[in-house]
Design a protein around this ligand. Structure first.
Ligand code: ADP
Ligand code: MG
Length: 729
């Protein structure tokens, strides 16, 4: 098999960048061209239908059957004009990716005769044959069917020859089987709660929207090398492989000039993204070799999330055309930085105010502080659920591995805002505020914008950081559907805002003036949430100690992080808020554990396969060659002198034998543990077993395999090396 590797390397050396043909148009001219957006709808729909869909988008109202028929017909005509022949409901099952099932528009109406048809009923609802999507037991216990339902708030789009309609995916009994439905509920919930709180400050606010700007990190690997690595093919991660002599220590890749082949790929996937209305604006190199990032202009959360999922798909498709494979895995290469997906999040009003942006006067700053402090309190109270929302086998490699935010959830706000909150906490004493107190406080609060202007401290080690006009959740994994952490974040903030409103109203009813009631309540929140705030180095050992003293959780692996879903309080929170029922939570917990087990099981298997079928045979072959050489030396010079001449060869043979035997033993032991784990019925216990008894072998096996990689003749080594995958251009 060494031949496969050498041929692949040869292929890579002869690659040329594949430039797309020069575009005659500017981005603004083709942006969103393949989406059935409002502009197109105005053209295609009657006035009544257009207004109805617009209201569905803006206010979440429902679309009547009649109107749905009109929309469906127009959508079909538009899609056919774009070359589409099929349509699909595009949904987000709990596997983490997106799913689609294509149906043709054409309908036979008689012998040799057909028409193109697409009715409202097909637009609004579909029943995919989705029995093999994970359901966590929901459809076994209830009805063995699920259906997809149109989400009018996210525009339909055409990819290739298919019209894709964003939908939610639910069981017949109503339980959500996807990420979109709970996300929509959470957004609705936080938006309602935020409007009520905004009313304290501005009666004109009628609507609040949530915004998300994600930053997608990824690696590119040449497809020939990718295909010669079974582990990358099956798991997206190199489970074995010695670190290259040069990794990222020189930092010479970061923001460096992007290699020409990669640029050609990026231009094309950006073009494809722009056609789909995905506002990708930024691209740059990341820290590790062959690692890159792209980011869009932020959008409303539901749309932004659909766009991220779509982008991941588009990237993979376009990459193949350029003889690349995209690795979205959180940790494809040991020893190099992994990939994350920062989620920048904020709230904004229909009056054009970003609620996490300090304002121009004390009043709007008090509003800013209200949302700012409530968010911190929400994280404080629900850090474990937030941690659970980003738990996955892949992300376990990043969190707490001194390169990404730690598994300990904390909030960074910068020194000036820390000072501000400290002042606020101290400045209000029990009882009524004096006019002087109030003036001083208002002055203080009024200072925020100028303070923030020179706020340049951007702590990169914090999992949840305030970055001037938004919070940035940095612990999200690169392969993840942001819908899940966004659902959790928005739910906990909604809950906090509701509690805040209730407490402030109570204070007002007790005789406090509105401003005073708000300030006092904020003061209480600052006090109660203090321990979640951390400004220091999140990568340091001291923080682990300090966090422990503060009583913060440090849940390092997925099975432990997920345990919070079985707590009574968690279930109560999500059901009280109307986001997830107990059944849905239990199902999700089960599915995530199953995903975790399967991922580890596949990794363990491929690791065993690689060792037994690739590494051991190649090593033995090389060893035989060396032994032959030793024999030759002995035959030529006699035993005594021959042995002297063969000193190095003998050492090699011994060293190789040592690693070979240990490696084989370790793989056998791992297989035994895997077998034991597989027999466990209880999913949670099984996940723990995989984590504690199987996964622990990965590092050990890798150590010996990587030692052999350094000893066996390079020509005979069967797998592309990390150096080759990362540096060969
Ligand atoms: P970084 O320094 O972490 O790379 P950037 O300043 O490049 O961050 O911005 C990252 C993302 O934050 C972008 O996608 C941007 O659109 C998004 N962003 C900016 N303002 C907001 C906001 N109000 N709400 C949500 N996302 C936002
Ligand atoms: Mg960022």
């Amino acid at each position: 098999m060494a031949k496969l590797r050498l041929n692949a390397l040869n292929d890579v050396l002869h690659r040329k960048p594949k430039h797309m043909k020069e575009l005659q148009e500017r981005v603004s001219q083709y942006f969103g061209r393949n989406t059935f957006n409002l502009k197109i709808m105005r053209e295609y729909l009657s006035e009544v239908a257009y207004k109805s869909v617009k209201s569905a988008i803006n206010n979440g109202t429902s679309v009547s059957r009649d109107i749905a028929d009109q929309v469906a017909t127009s959508m079909k005509d538009w899609a056919i004009s774009k070359g589409a022949t099929h349509y699909t409901h595009w949904f987000q099952p709990l596997t983490g990716t997106t799913a689609e099932k294509h149906d043709g528009f054409f309908k036979p109406i008689g012998p040799g005769e057909a028409i193109e048809r697409f009715e409202g009923s097909l637009l609004v609802q579909q029943e995919p044959d989705a029995s093999s999507f994970p359901n966590g037991g929901i459809r076994n216990t209830f009805e063995a069917r699920g259906y997809t339902a149109w989400d009018p708030s996210s525009p339909a789009f055409v990819i290739g020859k298919t019209l894709c309609i964003p939908t939610i995916f639910i069981a017949y009994t109503g339980e959500a089987l996807d990420h979109k439905m709970p996300l929509l509920k959470a957004l609705h919930s936080v938006e309602n709660a935020a409007v009520k709180v905004c009313q304290y400050f501005d009666k004109n606010v009628k609507k609040v929207g949530t915004t998300l700007g994600w930053e997608q990190e990824y690696f590119l690997v040449d497809s020939a090398l990718f295909n010669a690595r079974p582990d990358l093919q099956l798991t997206g991660r190199a489970v074995l492989g010695h670190a290259p002599a040069k990794g990222q220590q020189l930092d010479d890749h970061y923001f460096g000039s992007i290699p020409e082949r990669a640029t050609a790929f990026m231009r094309e996937f950006e073009y494809e993204s722009h056609l789909l209305g995905i506002p990708v604006t930024t691209r740059h190199n990341e820290v590790a070799p062959n690692q890159f990032e792209c980011a869009p202009m932020f959008e409303e959360v539901n749309i932004a999330n659909d766009h991220n999922l779509l982008l991941m798909d588009v990237m993979e498709k376009v990459a193949r055309k350029h003889n690349f494979r995209v690795l979205l895995h959180e940790k494809p290469f040991a020893g190099l930085n992994g990939s994350g997906k920062h989620n920048n999040w904020s709230l904004s009003t229909d009056t054009g105010v970003n609620l996490l942006q300090p304002g121009k006067n004390p009043k709007s700053n008090l509003q800013f502080l209200t949302f700012f402090i409530n968010t911190i309190k929400a994280i404080h109270d629900n850090a474990d659920v937030l941690r659970a929302s980003i738990a996955s086998a892949g992300n376990d490699h990043r969190l707490g591995a001194n390169e990404a935010p730690p598994a300990i959830i904390s909030v960074f706000i910068g020194s000036q805002l820390t000072q501000m909150l400290d002042n606020l906490e101290k400045s209000i004493t029990a009882g009524k505020m004096t006019p002087d107190d109030k003036t001083a406080l208002k002055l203080d609060i009024g200072k925020i914008p100028e303070l923030l202007l020179d706020n340049t401290d951007r702590n990169r080690t914090s999992p949840f950081a305030f970055t001037g006009n938004k919070f940035e959740f940095r612990a999200v994994g690169s392969a993840q559907n942001c819908g899940h952490p966004m659902m959790v974040l928005n739910t906990i903030v909604a809950k906090q805002l509701e509690d805040f409103k209730a407490s402030v109203d109570k204070r007002i009813a007790g005789g406090d003036k509105k401003d005073e009631a708000i300030l006092k309540e904020l003061q209480a929140l600052i006090k109660d949430s203090k321990k979640i705030r951390f400004e220091g180095n999140g990568y340091g050992e001291e923080w682990v100690e300090e966090a422990k003293k503060r009583g913060l959780s440090n849940l390092k692996d997925t099975p432990r992080a997920l345990d919070v879903w079985s707590k009574k309080e968690t279930k109560k929170l999500f059901s009280d808020m109307g986001i997830l029922t107990d059944i849905e939570i239990e199902a999700r917990h089960e599915i995530e554990l199953e995903n975790y087990i399967l991922k580890l099981q596949i990794e363990a298997r491929i690791m065993g396969d690689l060792v037994k079928n690739h590494i051991i045979p190649a090593t033995i072959e090389y060893q035989s060659k060396v032994i032959k050489n030793i024999e030759g030396l002995m035959a030529t010079f006699g035993k005594e002198e021959g042995e002297k001449f063969a000193k190095t060869q003998l050492l090699i043979v011994k060293s190789i034998s040592k690693h070979l035997n240990t490696l084989n033993d370790l793989v056998n032991e791992m297989v035994e543990e895997r077998k034991k784990a597989n027999k466990i019925e209880d999913t949670r216990k099984k996940a723990y077993a995989y984590c504690d008894n199987v996964k622990v072998y990965f590092e050990k096996i890798r150590y010996h395999a990587d030692k052999l990689e350094m000893q066996v003749d390079d020509e005979m080594w069967p797998l592309p090396k990390l150096r080759e995958m990362l540096f060969t251009k």
